[in-house]
Design a protein around this ligand. Structure first.
Ligand code: PMP
Length: 427
C-alpha cells in the first residue's frame, strides 16, 4: 500500500500496553472524531497571530479576520458545490446544524426520516415541534427510494415537507442513494437535507449535483477538531425563520424600549443564525480542512481508503467468529466504517482488549443509532451482552466499530485484523 495521501497529527503517539511496553497508537475510530490534519494545524498556527474579532472591530486585525472569515465561508460554499443563492451558516456541529434547520422549518412542515438515522438526524424534528413520519429500515438503496416515495405520496398536497437523508451510515459505512432520494422528494414537492457527517471525510459532496436543499457536516470528522460545523443550502426558509439564537450579530436594529417592549429587526443571510461572537478559529480550521481535502483530491482519498477497506473486510471475513453488520448486504458500496460482533465475546470487553493488548483505538457501543443497531443485532447475533448496555436496555449486545480515513497507514488496519484473529483464537 502506498503511504496515506493526507498527513495527520498523532502518528508519534505511543499507547501503553497492559502487559508492559508500548506501541505506536493505531487510531481506528475516526467516525467519532478524526485527528487534525497537519495542514489544518499549520493553517491555524499561522492564523492565530492575526486573530481578531469578526464583524465587530474597526482595527486592522478585526478587518483582516473578517475578510478571512468571509473568504472561508466562500471557500466552504465552493467546496460543497453550493448554488449562487445558497447560504453557508457556521454552527458547532452536524447536531447543531440539524437542530438549527429543525427550528427554522415552517411550522406546518412534515419531516420524513428513516429510523436508521443517527440520533442527530432522527431526533431534532420532533424536539422542535415538527410532525415526523418515520420510515422503516430499507433492505437496499432502491428500497429506500421506494419507501420514501410511498410515504411522500401520502402527504397532504401543498404543505411543506422535508426528507432527511444520510450520506453514509456511521454504523455500516454504507452509502445511501442521496441523489435518487432528493429527486423523488422533489417530484413530490418536498425538500431534502443531507446529513453528510460521514460522507464529507470520504467523498466529494456537491449540493447542486445531488439536488439536495441543505447539507450538514462537522469539522471534527474532517480533520478540523476545533468545534465548528456547517449548515449550507437554501436561504428562503432560513431567512423567514426566527433566529436560532437571539443576540448581537443576528439583530440588525433594536427599536423600542422599556415601555413599549423591544422590537428587534433581524438580519437576513447567515448572520441571522450566527448570533454571538463566532468560533472564528474553528471556522478557519474547517475551511482549511476543506482546502486540504480538495488539494489532496477525493480520488486519492477514495483510492487509499478503499484499498484498506478491502484488506480490512477480507481479513475480518476470514475470522469465523466475526459477523459484519450490514443493512444493504455485503456488496453495497461503503466508506471506511465497518461494524461487527464477535461470537462469544462482549463487544465492549473486546474493544478494551484491542486497546490494552494491541494499542488499537476502536469504539464499542450502539453508536447513537439505537433503532438501527437494535434491528441489525437482532439478526441472530452470537455475541454476548456486556456489563454496560450503552443506555439501551432492550439491546444489551453492542457492536465493535472500526473506522479510518485518508491519513490511516495500512499497518493500523493489518494490526487490527491480526489482533482480532488472535483474540478470537485465544478465546
Ligand atoms: N450524523 C452522523 C451520521 C454521525 O455519524 C454523527 C456523529 N457521530 C452526527 C450526525 C453528529 O455529529 P456531531 O456529533 O459532530 O454533531
Amino acid at each position: 500500500c502506498p503511504p496515506p495521501p493526507l498527513a495527520v497529527l498523532g502518528d508519534e503517539v505511543r499507547a501503553p500496553l497492559t502487559g508492559g511496553g508500548e506501541v505506536p497508537y493505531a487510531a481506528l475510530d475516526l467516525a467519532a472524531s478524526a485527528p487534525a490534519a497537519r495542514a489544518v494545524w499549520e493553517a491555524v498556527a499561522a492564523y492565530l497571530p492575526q486573530y481578531g474579532s469578526v464583524h465587530r472591530g474597526a482595527g486592522h486585525l478585526s478587518r483582516l479576520s473578517t475578510e478571512l472569515f468571509e473568504r472561508d465561508r466562500r471557500d466552504v460554499a465552493a467546496f460543497l458545490g453550493c448554488r449562487p443563492d445558497d447560504q453557508v451558516v457556521f454552527t458547532r456541529s452536524t447536531t447543531d446544524s440539524l437542530n438549527l434547520l429543525a427550528a427554522a422549518l415552517p411550522a406546518d412542515c412534515t419531516v420524513l426520516v428513516f429510523e436508521t438515522e443517527h440520533h442527530a438526524a432522527l431526533l431534532p424534528w420532533e424536539h422542535h415541534g415538527r410532525r415526523v413520519v418515520t420510515l422503516p429500515a430499507p433492505s437496499s438503496p432502491a428500497d429506500a427510494v421506494a419507501l420514501a416515495a410511498a410515504a411522500l405520496r401520502k402527504l397532504p398536497a401543498g404543505r411543506p415537507a422535508l426528507l432527511c437523508v444520510t450520506g453514509a451510515s456511521n454504523v455500516t459505512g454504507e452509502l445511501w442513494p442521496v441523489a435518487a432520494l432528493a429527486e423523488v422528494a422533489r417530484e413530490h414537492g418536498a425538500r431534502t437535507v443531507l446529513d453528510a457527517a460521514q460522507l464529507v471525510p470520504h467523498r466529494a459532496v456537491d449540493v447542486a449535483e445531488l439536488g439536495v436543499d441543505w447539507v450538514a457536516f462537522s469539522g471534527h470528522k474532517v480533520y478540523a477538531p476545533f468545534g465548528a460545523g456547517v449548515l449550507a443550502g437554501r436561504a428562503d426558509w432560513l431567512d423567514a425563520a426566527e433566529p436560532y439564537l437571539a443576540g448581537g450579530g443576528a439583530s440588525l436594529r433594536v427599536d423600542g424600549g422599556a415601555a413599549g417592549g423591544l422590537l428587534p429587526v433581524w438580519q437576513r443571510g447567515p448572520a441571522r443564525h450566527e448570533a454571538g461572537s463566532p468560533n472564528v478559529v474553528g471556522v478557519h480550521a474547517l475551511a482549511s480542512a476543506c482546502r486540504a481535502l480538495s488539494a489532496v483530491g477525493y480520488a486519492a482519498v477514495t483510492a487509499h481508503e478503499q484499498a484498506l477497506l478491502r484488506r480490512l473486510r477480507e481479513g475480518l471475513a476470514s475470522v469465523p467468529a466475526v459477523r459484519e453488520l450490514s443493512l444493504f448486504g455485503p456488496d453495497a458500496e461503503r466508506v471506511a466504517v465497518v461494524s461487527f460482533v464477535v461470537e462469544g465475546h462482549d463487544s465492549a470487553g473486546f474493544a478494551r482488549r484491542l486497546s490494552d493488548e494491541y494499542g488499537i483505538g476502536v469504539r464499542a457501543g450502539l453508536f447513537c443509532a439505537h433503532p438501527l443497531l437494535r434491528s441489525l443485532l437482532a439478526e441472530g447475533s452470537a455475541a454476548v451482552p456486556g456489563p454496560d448496555a450503552g443506555g439501551c436496555d432492550d439491546a444489551p449486545v453492542q457492536a465493535v466499530r472500526v473506522s479510518f480515513g485518508a491519513g490511516t497507514p495500512a499497518e493500523h488496519v493489518d494490526r487490527l485484523v491480526s489482533a482480532v484473529r488472535r483474540l478470537t483464537d485465544g478465546g
